[in-house]
Design a protein around this ligand. Structure first.
Ligand code: HEC
Length: 177
């Protein structure tokens, strides 16, 4: 008993000292950072929100799914082709909601008008696991991509159907010709 008390006291004292030292160190270390962060932010604002650009949508949510739907159908994986077609449609819907207008062009309406028919035909082709019908509808979807690029003055972006030799869906060679 007479031995344990001093040890416990000693331990508790040093724990308190350590805690105090740590918290003082942390306050000193954090204070300038916190002050800096506050003074950097415009008054009354929270973190800036990020709205993906049309280009971000295209390259991150639309182009990969356009390719993957083709690979799936070409490989005979019709369930995945159907899944990816649904995701591609969803990506276009989100794009239309995020950017309903592109300068004077009603992007949301344009998306629906150029993609509705190819999407319907692709859906049917996938349901009936028909590669020939898929291929035809896919060509029409790809033309829809390019017709919108032309209409929005981005004809420089040339989309194509992937091939067995190259699964890329973009024609980079055309610009070099
Ligand atoms: C309704 C209009 C519209 C449709 C449909 C459309 N696009 Fe686009 N796309 C655009 C616009 C506008 C841009 C240019 C965005 C920019 O640079 O500001 C673009 C740009 C792109 C780019 C270039 C992005 C970059 O950063 O290099 C790719 C790739 C692309 N689209 C793929 C596709 C594919 C694949 C399809 C069809 C499945 C498609 N797009 C259908 C409007 C469309």
């Amino acid at each position: 008993m007479s031995f344990t008390m001093p040890i416990n006291q000693h331990l508790s004292k040093s724990s308190i000292l350590l805690a105090l030292a740590t918290s003082a160190y942390c306050s000193l270390a954090l204070l300038p950072g916190a002050t800096l962060a506050q003074s950097d932010a415009p008054a009354g604002s929270t973190a800036p929100s990020y709205l993906p650009s049309i280009s971000d949508f295209m390259i991150a949510t639309i182009q990969p799914r356009h390719v993957r739907a083709w690979i799936a159908a070409r490989s005979g994986d019709w369930s995945f082709a159907g899944y990816e077609l649904g995701n591609l449609k969803g990506a276009f819907d989100r794009l239309g909601r995020a950017h309903p207008m592109e300068h004077d062009i009603p992007l949301k309406d344009l998306i629906v008008s150029v993609t509705a028919q190819p999407f319907e035909d692709l859906h049917k082709a996938i349901q009936s696991k028909d590669w020939t019908a898929f291929s035809k509808a896919y060509t029409n979807l790809t033309s829809a991509c390019n017709s919108c690029h032309e209409a929005t003055n981005h004809g420089v972006v040339v989309i194509r159907a992937p091939t067995d030799l190259s699964i890329s869906d973009q024609n980079f060679v055309r610009a070099a010709q």
